[in-house]
Design a protein around this ligand. Structure first.
Ligand code: AMP
Length: 259
């Protein structure tokens, strides 16, 4: 696996593959990688010729400076995991490399900015759009793989791609969970062992078909899980139930399909 830190090196690498007519699959991440990220690498390996992952903790998508600072980082372990999953290239840019890339024009999010993650984390999606656009310009992937764990993010990225007329195809991949049902997340590392057990109740409560949404909220609150939102949204061809919950100072999100 090649570790690439500059745009110049990245472009030299991708040019060779593009010239040979190879398809490029891209997995953008913020590092502290786990099996959820690896499922995206596997999907990319399956569907494209060359897989590029990126690791960049993007300050502009954090609406809280201390959340950015305490975001877990472990480059060595990340490289090891990516290598073991046969990732071809990992791109680890510095902020000055990122900032040298152009920004997109303002993207109309058609209201996505006013609900759930958009509403609760002002500026978050602008930050996501900026970084994903810049990374897409740098990598020029044919396909890019995103987890349904951040379902709203996939919708936002899709809107950005359409508005900016980029040609990358966005592929959504299912949520990978711990055996307990807890959705894997880099942030779980900041939970205590009891916290992790408690956090698995989010998935259990979301899945409890016998109770109404308001009762799900009070059930979570009774269990000591502070619910920021729990909402059902009808999407183009399905409905999903979404939740954001605070536990031990950690913000956790999850979602499930509902019929
Ligand atoms: P992050 O490093 O948290 O920015 O996540 C990078 C990518 O991995 C995003 O597309 C996430 O949706 C995806 N991802 C994170 N956790 C999971 C998970 N448990 N299952 C599937 N995809 C995930």
């Amino acid at each position: 696996m090649k570790v690439v830190r500059t745009l110049k090196e990245l472009q030299a690498e991708t040019e060779v593959y593009k010239k040979k007519g190879k398809t490029i699959g891209f997995v953008p991440t913020m590092g502290f990688l786990h099996q959820g990220h690896m499922s995206l690498i596997a999907a990319s390996k399956d569907q494209t010729d060359v897989t590029i992952a990126s690791i960049y903790v993007n300050p502009s998508q954090f609406n809280d400076a201390s959340d950015f600072e305490s975001y877990p980082r472990d480059e060595k372990a990340d490289f090891e995991l990516l290598k073991n999953h046969n990732c071809d290239i990992v791109f680890v840019p510095s902020s000055s490399e990122i900032e040298s890339l152009p920004l997109p024009e303002k993207v109309d999010l058609a209201g996505l900015e006013n609900v759930m993650e958009g509403k609760e984390r002002p500026g978050h999606f602008e930050g996501v759009i900026e970084i994903v656009y810049r990374l897409f310009i740098a990598v020029n992937p044919d396909f890019s793989f995103f987890g349904e764990k951040d379902f709203q993010q996939i919708m936002v990225v899709q809107k950005m791609v359409e508005a900016t007329k980029l040609t990358t195809q966005i592929v959504g991949c299912p949520i990978i969970r711990e055996e307990s049902g807890l959705a894997m997340s880099s942030r779980n590392s900041r939970l205590s062992e009891t916290g992790k057990e408690k956090a698995s109740l989010i998935y259990e409560v979301l899945n409890n078909k016998g109770i109404a949404i308001e009762d799900k909220r009070s059930e979570l609150e009774q269990l000591g899980l502070k619910t920021e939102y729990i909402e059902q949204h009808n999407l183009s061809n399905s409905s999903r139930l979404f939740a954001a919950v605070w536990l031990e100072g950690v913000r956790l999100i999850d979602n499930i399909p509902v019929d």
